[in-house]
Each structure stands twice: as C-alpha cells, then as structure tokens.
Design a protein around this ligand. Sequence first.
Ligand code: HAM
Length: 432
Amino acid sequence: MNLITAPRGTFDLMPQQALAWQWMETKIRAVLQAYGYGEIRTPIFEHTELFQRGIGETTDIVEKEMYTLTDKGGRSLTLRPEGTASVVRAYIEHKLYAQAPVTKLYYIGPMFRQERPQAGRFRQFHQFGVELLGEESPVADAEVIILAHDLYRQLGLTELEIHLNTVGCPHCRQAYKAALTSALAAVAEQLCSTCRVRLERNPLRVLDCKSPVCQELIGRVPSIHNYLCADCRDHFDRVTTLLEQVGVKYELSPKLVRGLDYYTRTVFEIINVNLGAQNALCGGGRYDGLVEECGGPAVPGVGFASGIERLFTTLEQQKKIPALTSGPQLYVVPLGEELTVVAFEVATVLRRQGFSVEMGNGTKSLKAQLKTAHKAGAAYTLIIGEDEWREGQVTLKTMADGSQKRLPVSGLVAEIAKLVSLQGPQVPLREE
Ligand code: HAM
C-alpha cells in the first residue's frame, strides 16, 4: 500500500516545534495588541470573486496560484491566498466604518497558494498581518512600517532591511505605465515569455520578474519617482521624514511594486538578507481604493503581512528561540498498584488547579517510573508511598538535582504552587 504523506508544499508541526510556534505567536499577539490592534478571524475560504476583484485579475496569485473549487451549489470558492481582501470584506460587511473613524485589525492563520515549493515557500503557509483602515495620513504608513520593524526587533532579530517605495495613485501611475510600456516595448524581444505577456496585460508586473535577463532590462527603465503627482510625492516624503525622525533606516527601492494590484502610494518589504531567494519576511503598503473596489465606502487602508515560516527560520538562524519544555511540571508516582486511585485523584486535583501533570503506572517499580518521568521531561515527581500516605504525607522530588522533600497532603496544592515554577510549558496555565 502506498504511504500517504502530507501534500507537497505543506508540513506538520511536531509538539516541540508547535511549542516554539506558540511562544512566537504569544509574542506577536502581545505586540499587536500593544499597538491597539484587535484580532479578526475570517473564513479560510471566500467567494473567488473577492480575490479576483481585490488582488487583481492579472496578478500571479489570481492567474495561477489560487486553490479554487466549485461547491455542490455551483458556487466558486477559493482558499484564501492572503488576508487583506478578507479583512476588507468583513470590514464592509459588518459596517465597521460606521463604528469608528479608524479601525485596527490583526489576523494570524494559514494561507494557500499553489506556488512551486522551495525553501521559504510553501503551498499552505502562515501569516500574521495588520490592517489599519480609515487613516489617510502618512503617519499611518510610518506607524505600520515601524510596527513590523519593532515587532521583529522585540523578537530579538537584527540584520533587517526595510525596502521602501511608492507606486503612486491611479492618476500618476497611468503616466508611469505609459512610459514603462514604451521603454519595455523597445526591449520586448529580450524579455522572458512571461514578461512579454505581462507587458500586454499589466506592465508593472514586469518589475517583479526575478529572471536575471529581465532584471538587467528593468534596471534601465524609468523610475516611478519621476512620474509622481505632487500629492503622492508629498505623501512619500512625509513617510520617509517620519521614519528618519525615529531613527528607522530604510532603503529606497524604486522598482519595488509588490505582487498584488491593490496598492497605492507606499509599499514596503522587510528583508532578512540571510534567507536566500525567498528573503522577504513581510510585505505591505497602502491600499486606498480597495474598500471601494470591494463595494464599500471610500475608506483608505494600510497594512502588512508577515510570513510566519520565514520568521521562524530567521529566529532559529539567529538563535532567538528560548529552550522550551513540553514536559509535565509534575509526575505522580504511585508506589504500588493499590495506590493508583489515590494517585489518580491527586493528579486530577492538581490538573484542575492548572498544573500540567502526568501519572505513572503503579505496577512498575519506583526506578522504572522515575525513568519514564525523566524521559517525559517532568520537572518534579510526586511520590506516593503507602505508609507516607497513611501519615498524610507525600514526597516531592526535584528531577534536576534529585533532592527530595516531604510535604503534608493537607495544603498540598498551595505548597506545590509555591515550589513549582509555572514557567514550564509556554501555554497559559491559569486563567486570570
Ligand atoms: P505578500 O507579499 O503576498 O503580501 O505576503 C506577505 C508575506 O507572506 C511575504 O513577505 C512572505 O513572508 C509570506 N509569504 C507569501 N507567500 C508565501 C509562501 N508561498 N510561502 C511562505 N511564505 C509566504 C500579502 O499577502 C498582503 N496581503 C500583505 C498586506 C497586508 N498588504 C497590505 N496589508
């Protein structure tokens, strides 16, 4: 029989890795909440039309990377390839614009793109992202860029580069598109076959091409900065001034256009130079026409999304993931089968108090049970012997140094709470 494996471009997270992801997600959520973002959870699939309209018909995502299916009712549905369109759809559907002038939302979860898998590129990958809706000021652009940068820094990352550009507004982009088209048309023969099609359908996409020959040609085409209208120029200058004001370094990348069509004005990516070909940790920008395009009022927006796998790899590379233990805090050892019920009760009481507890097998010797406790990564063992139990006592053994201590059964929970550090597993063990 053929072994069934995880589909190409997907992966499983084993408990120890999942623990590191939980640690990372907890940190991410804390920073996003500190910046005033509330979590939004949208469906994993949406009507296909949302992405066609939102992301753009001529983008790689919509043209070739979407997982689209027709359901039994004949509706075309698509697994979300990104989060922005869904957030905007929910923002309009729930009329959030009527509740407050500015809305700050974050999301975290899986996205799906049928890309060619390689290091840092998956078919099911994870993103966290923020969307700041209702603010047209360049302060919002700068805030979002700084948030992404601060978040990475708070996770301990260094060696980051912010690549910054503007793609103008539909007005000035029109003039730029014309100039770009005629410059590219002059070298059309030398462009790769994909770019020749892009030149016809959406010449800005050519700037995204990674082929060395196209890259060389792109180096010679005019820059959008020579075609910006006064408002777009002013907006961009104000974003850069704000970044400089707070000492955030960036690199101007005049050819950065991003792979989604909704952007207007500011676009940016944060790069980890050591990640190889897929080195963008996050990408984002302003999208002032998207809410309207999706059927809502004219509300501006700006945001970014970060790839969690790439962030994880970077954290591993830079050795920023602390040692995390998934072992139980306590391992209850019944000395004899007849103490199983007692040990089970003690374990249950302690679990109900929020401790992570495993229990040994009373038919096994003390030595064998301690060995299992050690293997499981238990911080302490609670040994229950018949005579001691009759006297109302148990023995607490610290696994790290082997020291032992007798504890009275009455008030055991309070005593253990004092002794046992709650820093074991990184999941919240107690509710506030
Ligand atoms: P994006 O550049 O398509 O933008 O994706 C953002 C990040 O997701 C990338 O920088 C990368 O870290 C990660 N990513 C994308 N595709 C993959 C993949 N196949 N495998 C692994 N990681 C991947 C967006 O998705 C926009 N929605 C960002 C945004 C939010 N703009 C405004 N608001």
